[in-house]
Design a protein around this ligand. Structure first.
Ligand code: GTP
Ligand code: SPV
Ligand code: MN
Length: 591
């Protein structure tokens, strides 16, 4: 008798018609074999799937060049299906489930012809965690199979664990013909299913990531009383050896990975890494908020990563011990066979660009794609927390909401209470980046950094957040952060990266009630003397600017917040309107 899993795989194979079906066992030997297949047999846009990189300096590292039209998440073709549109909310593209299935069936008919269907059984979260979820993704490209082995806990023991059950989360993925006009990433939250066609890139194709662990999981969490968030998780160890755990939400390409894997520049303080992109948050029996990272790897932005900005990540990328390291759409140093990207180090003399063409300095383009990325196992980071394999996760003492803002939002602000903190998350706006196929640098509202990832109506999502207050006897404190303010010449005012630990120290001090703060209409900001600024090349004037709350900028900000809140109509909790009016009132009296 076939198991429900086997039946489902057969059914998809009848539709997509692969030459072969291959069940992945998750071993390192298998990964090596798949990379060889990708170098020798499979192709993308007529080119090999993988190229070998310099194995001496970047152990076990390989390069992938994507289809040229397929370089980032495509939000306009990302769809959520419920019977009714209002459940998806104004924050999502909606389709009727039956219509969507019909469309996808047509697009997938024979789409794997001449290719292998890889069956990938994996678990999001530690296998022994009460919070983990078992999933199976199908794909027709070695690149995705190898990526998923790095990003998740993947193996044949998961197939055994599924056995005769049918309650696993399902992902169907086919690169199809890469036609961008027929590219769809469609979610069926009521069926635990994601179906993605005609893309092979990142969040569009590695379905365990944004599709399952955020869009489907957020809907599950809404019904089961937990949260799936676009958050990194880290521990800050103080000079006494006490560790405070923090979860932080920042939009795509706004600094999560760099904060999570930071090398502290503050003597005595150390950062421990638990996750860089996604957190699942549950209320523990002790009334605290507990976080697990459902993932097992980093799919991180390459440009900007260097020995000066993030030495720990550079070491992680070179380790290659237990897993391969993949580089996607970076440039290639012809003389050394090493990967290269902007700001990595001095630009090599002879480069191939991210598409494999000779790069010229006067071309006006970057050599690596701005959204070029690496995939690497979290187990290789020198700062991996000893709690990473703890099935319970870690208790969170502070939640951070961050954004990329040239002005308006101070370096750090503490919310007055839980409801005010939820408002701080809900009012977030951020300047867009290359992580999605959008105009870069435009300010848009991105509540909790979840606009592209919340799988249901965000009005209901805000209400879900607010209700945690009743269940949390020890709620985390909530803070807003902004590393990205600029001076008039366009230069960043704050050094960022390893110096961000200085702000984390203040946050830890506030958690421990060991320093005061100044009250402003938007929250509590630091007294400058409480920030550890020794050895920092930032003037007092610049620090004042970084901490300032500008009344006129915030009045303008109110307009943007209001326009966004109005989109949710009566689904927006009244508590958030009350917070809005309180802020408006306070600002009118503020000098
Ligand atoms: P996703 O993987 O898309 O979710 O991105 P992320 O939030 O993990 O962002 P990441 O840490 O990869 O950083 C994105 C870009 O911002 C990179 O080019 C970094 O070099 C840059 N960056 C990160 N942290 C800082 C910072 O503190 N200051 C400045 N100025 N830039 C930063
Ligand atoms: C993001 O865009 O937030 C990412 C990259 O982490 S992707 O996996 O493509 O979604
Ligand atoms: Mn992300």
């Amino acid at each position: 008798m076939a198991t429900p899993l086997e039946e489902w795989v057969e059914e998809q194979a009848r539709l997509t018609k692969p030459d072969k079906i291959y069940w992945c066992d998750g071993s390192e030997e298998e990964a090596q074999r798949l990379i060889e297949i990708g170098m020798e047999k499979e192709t993308v846009a007529g080119r090999p799937v993988f190229y070998e990189l310099n194995q001496k300096n970047f152990k076990n590292a390989f390069l992938h060049r994507s289809h040229p039209t397929d370089v980032a998440r495509t939000e306009k073709s990302t769809v959520i299906c419920y019977d009714d549109k209002v459940t998806a909310g104004p924050n999502n593209n909606w389709m009727d489930p039956a219509e969507a299935k019909q469309m996808l069936t047509k697009l997938s008919d024979g789409s794997m012809k001449g290719r292998t269907m890889y069956v990938l059984p994996f678990v999001m979260g530690h296998p022994d965690s009460p919070y983990s979820r078992v999933c199976v993704q199908l794909t027709d490209i070695s690149y995705v199979a190898v990526n998923m082995r790095i990003m998740t806990r993947l193996g044949k023991d998961i197939t055994e664990r599924i056995g005769n059950r049918d309650d696993f989360l399902k992902g169907i993925h086919t690169i199809g013909n890469f036609n961008k006009d027929d590219r769809y990433i469609v979610h069926f939250p009521q069926e635990d299913l994601v179906w993605s066609v005609n893309s092979g890139y990142g969040g569009n194709a590695l379905l365990g990531k944004k599709c399952i662990s955020l869009r489907l999981a957020s809907w599950k969490g809404y019904h089961e009383g937990w949260l799936a968030e676009h958050m990194l998780i880290l521990g800050v160890e103080d000079p006494n050896g006490q560790i405070t755990y923090i979860a932080a939400a920042l939009p795509s390409a706004c600094g999560k990975t760099n904060l999570a894997v930071m090398q502290s520049k503050l003597p005595g303080y150390k950062i421990w890494t638990l996750g860089d992109d996604i957190a699942w948050l549950n209320v523990g029996p002790d009334g605290r908020l507990w976080a697990i990272n459902p993932e097992a790897g980093f799919f991180g932005v390459a440009p900007g990563t260097s020995y000066s900005s993030n030495p720990n990540m550079m070491d992680t990328l070179k380790a290659g011990q237990f897993f391969p390291t993949l580089f996607t759409n970076v440039a290639y140093d012809i003389d050394t066979g090493e990967p290269w990207w902007e700001e990595k180090d001095d630009r090599p003399a002879n480069l191939l660009d991210w598409q494999g063409n000779r790069w010229h300095a006067d071309s006006g383009t970057t050599a690596a794609h701005p959204n070029s990325r690496f995939t690497v196992s979290i187990t290789q980071t020198p700062t991996l927390s000893s709690e990473f394999e703890n099935p319970r996760g870690v208790p969170i003492s502070a939640i951070l909401f961050g954004a990329r803002r040239t002005d308006t939002v101070p370096l750090v602000t503490e919310a007055f209470d839980w409801t005010n903190g939820v408002f701080a998350g809900a009012r977030m706006g951020s300047e867009t980046t290359a992580a999605a196929a959008l105009k870069v640098g435009a300010l848009r509202r991105d509540p909790m950094a979840m606009l592209p990832f919340c799988g249901y109506n965000m009005g209901d999502y805000f209400g879900h957040w607010l209700r945690f207050e009743e269940r949390l006897t020890h709620p985390p404190k909530i803070f807003s952060i902004n590393w990205f303010q600029r001076d008039e010449g366009g230069k960043f005012l704050w050094p960022g990266f390893g110096d961000n630990v200085r702000v984390l120290k203040w946050i830890v001090d506030r958690v421990n009630n060991s320093c005061g703060a100044q009250e402003t209409p938007i929250g509590l900001v630091p007294n400058m003397q409480d920030l550890p600024l020794d050895g920092l090349d930032v003037s007092t004037e610049q620090m004042s600017e970084l901490l300032a709350v500008d009344r006129d900028q915030w009045r303008a900000e109110l307009e943007g917040i209001k326009a966004n809140f109005e989109k949710f109509g009566d689904r927006l909790p009244s508590e958030l309107w009350a917070e809005y009016h309180k802020l408006q009132d306070q600002l009118s009296k503020f000098q």
